[in-house]
Design a protein around this ligand. Structure first.
Ligand code: SF4
Length: 236
């Protein structure tokens, strides 16, 4: 089954994505994860920023063998790495930590210090996009925790889509969930919570490019605040 589907993905990606998108648009996130694991086996992985761990908790219940790719940019808050380690221990999931080829120090030598402040697109390309591309290479499908209610730019996020740039099926099992849905799930299941959530950080990326937001502010207003940049480029 899995081999056949992998061949289908390679030959006719539009067919499998179109069928699955129609079938799973209204599905429970757990069923989306089950479909991905049944269809792609170990060729399916999740990615996680650790801003919240709801998707990982769900995965631990229905797809406990899934790989979880975590992108360690070298610029994370210590609390993010702490959340990664706590979630791995609590949920028993296999975390695959991906790192850029360049250390923060080597990047400063090559491109000058604080590249994030002068050219965040290049910094993200080096520290996020390239290492994620490498980390996803072995997989035919990947999933993320993107939701439609996170930002206007994400309002059309599909539950099942095609990542044309990487040639992979892209799943967003929580696409239809709201922040309230996430909070309810987190409370009901006592999931591991990123400590900065309680300090006004609804969206958490690299420390130099993330600030807390005021009540009523857009949840992603704290990302690259003061610039026109809204996405790092890994969700394309
Ligand atoms: Fe660099 Fe900021 Fe992008 Fe992180 S979010 S990779 S620090 S520009």
């Amino acid at each position: 089954m899995t081999t056949d589907v992998v061949d289908t993905v390679a030959d006719k990606p539009a067919d499998i994505v179109t069928d699955a998108a129609a079938e799973l648009e209204d599905a429970d996130p757990a069923d989306v994860l089950r479909w991905a694991a049944d269809t792609f086996g170990q060729r399916f992985c999740l990615t996680a920023s650790m801003a919240d761990t709801v998707l990982l908790h769900l995965a631990s219940r229905v797809t406990p063998d899934v790989d979880v790719v975590f992108l360690d940019t070298g610029y994370h808050f210590p609390e993010t790495l702490q959340t990664r380690d706590e979630a791995a221990a609590a949920y028993g999931l296999r975390i695959v930590t991906a790192r850029p080829d360049l250390s923060v120090e080597d990047q400063a030598v090559l491109h000058g210090p604080d590249l994030f402040a002068r050219d965040p697109d290049l910094c993200c390309a080096i520290r996020k996009v390239a290492p994620l591309d490498q980390a996803l290479a072995p997989y035919h499908a990947w999933g993320s925790g993107l939701r439609r209610d996170e930002a206007l730019t994400r309002r059309n996020v599909p539950v099942v889509g095609w990542d044309a740039g990487r040639g992979k099926v892209k799943l967003n099992p929580l696409a239809r969930w709201t922040q309230d849905d996430v909070d309810r799930y987190a409370e009901r299941h006592s999931v591991v919570v990123h400590p900065l959530r309680a300090l006004g950080y609804p969206s958490i990326g690299c420390a130099p490019c993330t600030r807390p937001v005021a009540p009523g502010e857009d949840p992603r207003a704290g990302r690259w605040a003061g610039s026109a940049k809204t996405e790092c480029g890994i969700h394309r």
